[in-house]
Ligand binder design. Structure first.
Ligand code: G1P
Length: 290
């Protein structure tokens, strides 16, 4: 039985949709309430049992490394001021998982970013978590996919249905239902236009992949938007291995979109006991005023 121990989190993108915030701050470090977006993703991986995480980093992303590193000075100050709960939170961040960094020298697309981790992963199946897809669920999204992997022992993409108007934003799959929430994938297409989309079942930032994908990515030609696309490489993989889709349970937020980011911030705050009451009253008060 193959086990998933390693995960890749790509974080090398330039974050142009969030300028000017991302001019000097990595997009992945923008906070949802008080926690950097990428920390939620690392937490999800750690809670799912991942031991080793490689973050695909790039120029200007040093803040991510600092965030997951030990902060002796901060820990010392918090201890001296007897701020024990804050101290535990800070220590917890640096102990979450073993985190490694690989730099992607040029932004050549998601497929290229994944390929940068080839040596780190070696010859075993692994997970990929995309930072723009934040999933709030009882059981961590990746853990749901890992359960499905135990059964199917072949690559799995995490999917949900999206609005038909938005299929051009995602990798879209076509498949046959084989069990509740599970399809055997027949075809995949990256960001099709509405008229040509085979369905509205979208890949939403969670993958379990077999290592054969690396050899395919090595020779993958640029696709949509001139980038080396993971979806295109998966389509090639389909010729030699089965790929399944698993419809995960949970609310997914699109942090790659300004409105999605604001929605996540509001809803994550509403789930927090320390903010819920006052925020609810505030939202009620301002509704209709703008
Ligand atoms: C990437 C993938 C796409 C996937 C999406 C999920 O696109 O290429 O297949 O559906 O993430 O968020 P991006 O949003 O990075 O352009």
């Amino acid at each position: 039985m193959k086990r998933i121990r390693k995960a890749i989190i790509p974080a090398a993108g330039l974050g142009t949709r969030f300028l000017p915030a991302t001019k000097a701050t990595p997009k992945e470090m923008l906070p949802v309430v008080d926690t950097p977006a990428i920390q939620y993703i690392v937490e999800e991986a750690a809670k799912s049992g991942i031991e080793d995480i490689v973050i695909i980093s790039g120029r200007g992303k040093r803040a991510i490394e600092d965030h997951f590193d030990k902060s002796y000075e901060l820990e010392d100050v918090l201890l001296k001021h007897n701020k024990i709960s804050e101290l535990e939170v800070i220590k917890g961040i640096s102990n979450m998982a073993n985190i490694y960094y690989v730099r992607q020298k040029e932004a050549r697309g998601l497929g290229h970013a994944i390929h940068c981790a080839k040596t780190f992963i070696g010859n075993e199946p692994f997970a990929v978590l995309l930072g723009d897809d934040l999933v709030y669920s009882e059981k961590p999204c990746l853990s749901q996919l890992m359960d499905a992997y135990e059964k199917y022992q072949s690559s799995i993409v995490g999917v949900q249905r999206v609005d038909k108007e938005k299929v051009n934003l995602y990798g879209i799959i076509e498949g046959d239902d084989i069990a509740p929430k599970v399809m055997k994938v027949k075809d995949l297409v990256e960001k099709p236009d509405k008229a040509h989309a085979p369905s509205n079942v979208a890949i939403l930032g969670r993958y379990i992949l077999e290592p054969e994908i690396f050899d395919i990515l090595e020779n993958q030609k640029p696709g949509k938007n001139g980038e080396i696309q993971l979806t295109d490489a998966l389509k090639t993989l389909l010729a030699i291995q089965n790929i399944y889709s698993f419809e995960f349970e949970g609310k997914r937020y699109d942090l790659g979109d300004k409105l999605g980011f604001v929605e996540a911030t509001i809803e994550y705050a509403l789930r927090r006991e320390d903010l819920k009451q006052e925020l609810k009253a505030y939202l009620k008060d301002i509704a209709g005023k703008f």
